[in-house]
Design a binder for this molecule. Structure first.
Ligand code: SF4
Length: 449
């Protein structure tokens, strides 16, 4: 099929629409692209019409993240806010074996169906999958790697402050201040003063007045889009905050390290050599060095918990899953579950999109092995699907939290000075096993039975 391609003169005339996945990181990355001369807009819409647009535009067998991203882009084009003749859509291609590499073709098909076949689509990939005149230059890539590190730090520490802030919105104000400040620093070389920026960020978060209690911590793992995007997971982080817990979300740097590590695995397992393999090795060393620098600065500051070292992630699950399992989030997803439980965060929500075979295997499929290794683990797998009701998802999480609170209460002596957060009345909740079929897969299973 012939399709329009992005050309460099479009830089001056066209708006590039980018679907949001990680609210903090993407704001930084968009700013870097704008400074490079691109007219870029982050789409942050979250209304139900996006799902309906996705359902109309792609086959109903398509994985939920693809359905949402395509639905969101088409919804933006039809909104009247942009001139479709001067708009370009951007979508990522991971280069892995799962459908994330093929969304772009589904999007082009959907555009043709909606009579937008003239709208160019740009692929954001690091593996040379699609050629166009949109180039990720070395300076852009370096800045993007810093944006990911700063984004991880802001996300990680904000999650440790937000549940405890005395003044509502104080944490978000610090995040906004630093996104703005770092954005400006990307114009010059200020962002390279990593130590000073880390210190400034950590000091600002530490200065937020917080209540001196400890809430149950809940880890979020899963397929990358539904793990991070509020549109994909029905604003899961906010729901966990409203439920009186502290959400813990592994950073994007781990996913980048996982991708870089995969080229090393290809070399080891399949003898694949060449530029890609060497590039992967260099990227791995660089990113690991950056992650260790981040961890050591948080440790030295001494107020907040640092994220986990990627080499530890590799070790922690090595006895239950091999690193050759690298479709979708692959072994990383299992490793994140293990690491969270291993570091004391035994409550874990595994976000599971409909139609995602790779992550069903490494998430739901590995839960039993993780629980055998860590009997204290309290893991719940939540399906995200156009037909899944939010109330059903939330009731399953509430039930999991009720169990977490009961376990905590049973372990702590009442006179230890810690206030106990009362457990919700579980009788009001829909038990996960008796819950009405939620996802399309569960409904199909019921029909088969
Ligand atoms: S990992 Fe799963 S949900 Fe994500 S693109 Fe691949 S198949 Fe779809």
């Amino acid at each position: 099929m012939k399709y329009p391609v992005y050309t460099k003169d479009m830089k001056a005339t066209h708006t590039i629409l980018v679907p949001n996945m990680l609210p903090v990181h993407f704001r930084l990355i968009i700013e870097i692209l704008r400074q490079d001369g691109y007219n870029v807009e982050l789409i942050e819409t979250t209304h139900r019409g996006i799902v309906d647009e996705g359902l109309r535009s792609v086959h109903n067998d398509t994985c939920y993240p693809a359905l949402l991203v395509i639905g969101q882009l088409l919804d933006a084009l039809k909104s009247g806010k942009y001139d479709p003749h001067r708009t370009v859509l951007m979508i990522s291609q991971t280069g892995g074996g799962c459908r994330a590499s093929n969304y772009i073709h589904l999007l082009r098909k959907a555009l043709a169906k909606s009579e937008f076949s003239y709208v160019p689509v740009v692929s954001l990939n690091f593996t040379g999958m699609e050629e166009s005149e949109f180039k990720l230059t070395i300076p852009l890539l370096i800045k993007a790697s810093f944006a990911i590190m700063f984004g991880d730090l802001l996300m990680h520490i904000a999650n440790q402050c937000r549940p405890y802030e005395l003044e509502k919105g104080a944490t978000d104000a610090v995040v906004d201040k630093w996104v703005d400040r770092l954005g400006k620093q990307f114009r010059g070389g200020g962002f390279l003063s990593v130590a000073a920026n880390y210190r400034g960020i950590l000091n600002d978060f530490a200065a937020i007045e917080r209540v001196n209690i400890k809430k149950p911590r809940v880890g979020i793992v899963g397929e990358i889009y539904v793990k991070y995007a509020p549109l994909g997971n029905n604003n899961l982080e906010q729901f966990l905050l409203d439920e009186g817990t502290e959400p813990v979300v592994p950073g994007l740097l781990d996913f980048c390290l996982y991708c870089a590590n995969n080229s090393g695995m290809d070399r080891k397992l399949y003898g694949r050599k060449g530029v890609k393999s060497n590039g992967g090795r260099l990227a791995y060393r660089y990113l690991l060095m950056r992650q260790r620098q981040l961890i050591s600065k948080i440790k030295k500051h001494g107020v907040f918990d640092p994220p986990c070292d990627f080499e530890h992630l590799k070790e922690v699950s090595a006895d239950i899953i091999g690193q050759g399992v690298k479709m979708g989030e692959g072994w990383l997803l299992t490793a994140e579950m293990c690491d969270l439980v291993d570091s004391g965060i035994r409550n874990v929500i595994c976000t599971q999109p409909f139609g995602c075979l790779p992550n069903h295997i490494v998430a739901k499929g590995m839960t039993r092995a993780v629980k055998e290794k860590y009997p204290q683990a309290n893991i719940v797998s939540i399906d995200y699907d156009p037909g899944a009701t939010r109330i059903n998802q939330e009731n399953r999480i509430k039930l999991m939290l009720a169990m977490a609170r009961q376990a905590e209460k049973a372990e702590q002596p009442v006179a230890d000075g810690h206030p106990h957060i009362p457990a919700p009345n579980t009788a009001e909740l829909v038990p996960s096993t008796d819950a009405a079929p939620d996802s399309r897969e569960e409904k199909a299973a019921v029909e088969v039975r």
